[in-house]
Every structure is written in C-alpha cells, then in structure tokens.
Ligand binder design. Sequence first.
Ligand code: ATP
Ligand code: MG
Ligand code: ZN
Length: 540
Amino acid sequence: MSTALYRKWRSQTFDEVVGQEHVTRTLRNALRDDRVAHAYLFSGPRGTGKTSTARILAKALNCSAPEAERPCNECPTCVAITEGRMLDLIEIDAASNNSVDDVRELRDKVGFRPSEGRYKIYIIDEVHMLSGSAFNALLKTLEEPPPFARFILATTEPHKIPATVLSRCQRFDFRRIPTPEIAQHLQHVATEEGFHAEPDALLAIARSAQGCMRDAVSLLDQMLSFGTDTVTTEQVQQVLGAVNDQAVLDLVSAIATRDVSRGLAQIHRLVTDGAGLPEFCQQVVEQLRAVMVLQMTNNAGLLDELPVDTVKQLQVQAKQLDQPTTLYAIKRFSAAIADLKGGFQPQLPLEMALIEVVQGEAVSPATVVVQAAPASAAVAPAAGAMPGSSKQAPAPAAPDAEAAPADATQPPDDAAAETLRRRWGEFQRLVKQKCGNKVSGALNSAKDTAVGAESIVFAFTEQYGPVREMVDNQETRDQLSRILQHLLGRPFQVVFQTGEHALLPNANVVQVEEKKSDAKDALIDYAVSDLGAQVVQEEK
Ligand SMILES: Nc1ncnc2c1ncn2[C@@H]1O[C@H](COP(=O)(O)OP(=O)(O)OP(=O)(O)O)[C@@H](O)[C@H]1O
Ligand SMILES: [Mg+2]
Ligand SMILES: [Zn+2]
C-alpha cells in the first residue's frame, strides 16, 4: 500500500506549516537569536501541525546547514529525522507510556550527551495522559534540564496539564486552520499529485474537516483514490453523506419565506433519496449560522468558508428572515440534530423544527389552505402503478384498500371533496377532539387524501407505515366515518393506504397545501404525549 497522503505531505519546513504563522515566526526568531527555550508546550486541536512543527524544530536545532537555511532537509541529521532514525530525537507517546517508570527512565537517560547532534530533543506527545506521579517526575527534569536537552510537549488538552509543568514551558496554541487555507493547501496537494479538483469540492472537504488538516488531507486522499482525474463537489458530498448545498438552501429558503409546504416536500424528497438526515440538519444549521452572521455584520467576507454562489443566496435569505427567527431556527434545528439520530419516524424532528420555526411555538387559530389537485393526478397512477392488476375489471384502488365498489363505477363526489377542503381545519379539530392526539397526529402525516363516490382514502408514504398501522383499525375508521358524515352530510367509508398517492379510481384529490398551527399542534402533542410512548415499544 502506498503511504497515506497526509504522511507523505507532512510539513518539512516552517514555511510549509499552514495557518500557524504565529508559532512558526516566533520559533524562527528564537532560532535566529539562539534563544530557544528549554521546554515548549504545543497545544491545540488534533491534526493542526503540533507534531510536524516539533519535528521541524528538532531538525532546525540539529541541522548542519547555515543558520538561515535550517532546517535544510538535506544534511544527514535532517534526513535522519525525516526517516525517523535520529538517535538524539526521542519521541514518547504519553498515551502508552504514561507511568512514573516511563518518565523515570527518561530522567535517567536525559543526562547523557547527544550522540550525533548538538541537542537531545524529547517530544512528548499527548502529554496530558501522564499519571500524576509521572508528571512529578517530569517536573523534576524540567526544573533542572541538562543544557543540551530540549523538551517539546504536545497536547490536545492543555487544561489537564498541572500548573507546575505549564509554568516551566513556553506555550504555543495551535489554532484550527481556517477553511480557505485548508482548501488552498488541498489544491496544492492535488495539483502536485496530478489531479484536478473543483474549488468548491475542496472547500467542501475543508469545511468538513473543521480546522483539522490531517482529516482534510485524508479525505482528499480518499477522493483521489476514486480513480477519476477530477475531484467533483458531487463526489465529495456523496462521501460525506452531505446533500448538495442547493437542497439545504431550499429548506432555508422555505423557512425564510414561511413556506411550510415546500419545506415538508423538501424533507420528504431527502428521505426518499435516502439522505442522511442528521448531516442534512447540520448543514441547515451551518447555513442558518451564515444567515445570522450576515444579519449581524452584513460582511460576506466572514463567510469565506462557503462557496460564493451559496453566500449570494444566503444574502437574500438574510433579508427575508428576521433576526429572532434566525436565532430561534439555529437553536431549534441544532436540537433536532440530536433527536434525528435514530428512532421511529426519522424525519419527524426535522419536520417539527421546520413547523415550529415558521409558525412559532404559540398556538394561533388555524387556517388551513386546502387546494384541489386535478383529479387525474390520483387516477393516473392507479392504472399504471399497480403490479397485480392486469385483470379486465377496473382495478381495485390499491391492494390494501377496501374501497366501496361504487368508487370505481360512479363519479367522485366533487361537492364532498370541496366541502372537505373547506372544512379541513374543522375536520382536524374534530378528529383531535374525538379520537385524540395519536389519530389526529397520524392523519396529519398522511401524504394524500382522495374523495371517491363512497370512500375517502388517506395515503401514507412507506416511512409512515407504522403511523398508518396505529390508526388502521375498525374502531378508528368508524370514528372517522362519523366525523366525516357530520361534516359532509352523508356517510363515507374510510380507507387507509400506503403510497405517495391516494389511489381511488375516479377520485377527487384533496391536497392540503399548507398545514398551519393545527397541524403543528397535533404533531407536537402527538409526539410528546403519544409518540414518546410508542417509540419505546416500537424499538426491537
Ligand atoms: N498546519 C499544517 N499545515 C500543513 N499540513 C498539516 C498541518 N497540520 C497538520 N497537517 C497534516 O496533518 C498531518 C498530521 O499533522 P500533525 O501530526 O502535525 O498534527 P498534530 O497537531 O500533531 O495532531 P495530533 O494532535 O493528532 O497529534 C501532517 O502529516 C500533515 O499532512
Ligand atoms: Mg501529534
Ligand atoms: Zn539540515
């Protein structure tokens, strides 16, 4: 196997350490002025260059080239360090050598002069892992270091280092590397490796690495191994399980324009496409954060981690949204990320976040806009999409539907459909009142409703199968029938189906265009009072 790209591309000179100029400049000056401290503490997030910089410093201290050129990476000492066989460079991984004995051994040997170079250099990685007594032993060494010894301690958790040790070290805080600088470095690596890469693809990789160069280079490595000669944004998104920026923008735009219906449709599409919902939700939060930054500062320059086109669209949304809503949306969608991990009805937390953000938590009187779709929309799939329905007779609406025979032969009841549309809000309220939160919440998850001559069909998509099962029983169907009779003036048979469309020959489709607070209310009540209990039971 070839060397991992991140090893191959380990920085070998101070100039090659990206994004840590505050550290490398000071170290260079110290070398030039011959004022290198006895002990350094390099702290900072993983994969930001601590070990690399420690080795560069070790080289510079022992390099045999003229001062200004150190480290030269050519002299025998430099080469030996690069190849990991320099005797005077002792690297200790405190994670696995954390006992007092390990440190005592170090102390016993520290007195011996360097065998080849000018300095004997100890790099103690993950130094926060040392035991208490090991720290004490180390402290003794740091208090009276031999003149030729230098210590570089590295840690991702500086707060775990005792103050006594900290006070003996000059401390450098490595920072998370800014996304544009990571992207630029990736561009350099890709080019040197003989590949093309879309700038937005590299930006997406860089963004996902969150300041960690090692992760960024590793991900690039993975992309290059795809075998295509260009790294595309699409590939990156695929590997990251991310959806494309546009899908995220669409949801943020639905929030900004308070278009719940479009937002729910967007979520539905993602579920159908098998997108990772927690990742998607995280992307939504990232974009909402960008909106917040734009609203607070009106400075697009602060969003250099995002593609220019994305920022342009976010600027529009920053004007559409008001600041309190943006902040609430960030909180609400952040909370949804945790809720999204697993569980029954995977997209419910996302849908609830959307609805709550758009409609607010306070309950307001419901206005449900119900809109008719052309009847053909419901009829068309009935004919084509039915696998076992090639018989002569008009196919039953769906394999699992028990529609009345009259539905196939008589025209749909347009008047009833129209009334149901008009009185949809009332219907919902009655259902909630008479059948409880569980049933009303479940009905709100129905994707499509059709009114036939004798039957009314509620269709649930695959994912809502368990919801459908909760309401698909004689008792509930009868209750709903009674409510419908009350509203429509005559009895209808209630039928539940699984599918995108309510399938009923000759049916008139009732499509709820927008579910206002009633819908939201029911969903929440349902989730809290009924669904919570269901989740436990549903899990195997
Ligand atoms: N600042 C940087 N500039 C360029 N490349 C970097 C930088 N930081 C890390 N890398 C890349 O990541 C790899 C690992 O870096 P390094 O070992 O220096 O990180 P670290 O800070 O010591 O991480 P850890 O805390 O996990 O030990 C390097 O080989 C290099 O490819
Ligand atoms: Mg390290
Ligand atoms: Zn050298």
